[in-house]
Design a protein around this ligand. Structure first.
Ligand code: SF4
Length: 65
């Protein structure tokens, strides 16, 4: 099991959907219109790192579980 999980600071998220485009298995839109992180045992590091680097407000971070 991966020890790290991506988390989004929704107070900073502007809903640009860049993370969705880059990593659609991990980042999804909830019913309420906010970006959510899917529950996964192992997150694809490269894909999430790319989303972290491309997020315009730097609101995605890895969190140690
Ligand atoms: S890339 Fe960042 S600002 Fe854009 S939707 Fe994803 S979390 Fe929000």
């Amino acid at each position: 099991m991966n020890s790290k999980t991506p988390v989004i600071d929704l107070s900073q998220c502007v809903g640009c959907e860049a993370c969705l485009a880059l990593c659609p298995d991990v980042f999804v839109i909830s019913d309420t219109g906010y970006i959510e992180v899917e529950q996964m045992d192992d997150y694809p590091m490269d894909c999430v790192d790319e989303a972290i680097n491309c997020c315009p407000t730097n609101c995605i971070q890895w969190k140690n579980q």
